[in-house]
Design a protein around this ligand. Sequence first.
Ligand code: 5GP
Length: 189
Amino acid sequence: MLSGPSGVGKGTVVAEVRRRHPEVWVSVSATTRRPRPGEVDGVHYHFVSAAEFDRLIATDGLLEWAEYAGNRYGTPLAPVQAQLASGRPALLEIELQGARQVRARAPEAQLVFLAPPSWAELVSRLAGRGSEPAAVQERRLAIAQAELDSSGEFDVVVVNDDVARAADELVGLLTAPSPGPLPGTGAHE
Ligand code: 5GP
C-alpha cells in the first residue's frame, strides 16, 4: 500500500506503475469527488454520490475510507479480497488516515511511504498546483508536514526522485517475498 504527503506524486507514480507494469493489479477507489478532465469512471475511480458512499460504508463494503479536502475516498473491499485470494499482490494508493486503518485491519499489509526528495521540493510541487489561495496552500503545507512526520509508521520509504525509478522500486517491493516471518516459521528463530 502506497501513501505519502499530498503533492509528493503518489498518483503520478501509480500511473507510471500502470504504464510500465500492466500486470500489477491496482485497486480502484470509490470517491465522492467529481471527475477531473480525462478521468474515467471505473478506471481512475468509481465516482459515486454521497448516498452511494453512505451505502458502501453501511454495508461494510469498504476496507478503509477517509475524508480528504471535503470529499470521501474509500477502497472497495471485495475486489481486494478476491485479488489476495488469488495469491497475487494488490496495490492501494491511499492517504494517511486510510493507511492507518489498513494497518489496524490487516497487520501483514506492507505500507510504503512515498517521500519527496526534499522539503523544498514538496513546497514547490504544492505551490506549483497553482490557482489556490495562499491560505489553502498554507493548509496543505501544514498537512504535508504532519504526513511527513508519520513516515516512521511505514515499513519502507521510497523517495520520489525519479518517477520511473520510484515506480520500479515499488513494483519490486510488491513482488518480493514478504519480509516478515510466515506463520509457523517463527518458532525456529
Ligand atoms: P485526489 O483527489 O487527488 O485523486 O486524491 C486525494 C487523496 O486521496 C490522495 O492523497 C489519494 O492518495 C487519496 N485517496 C485516493 N483513493 C483513496 C482511498 O480509497 N482511500 C483513502 N483513504 N485515500 C484515498
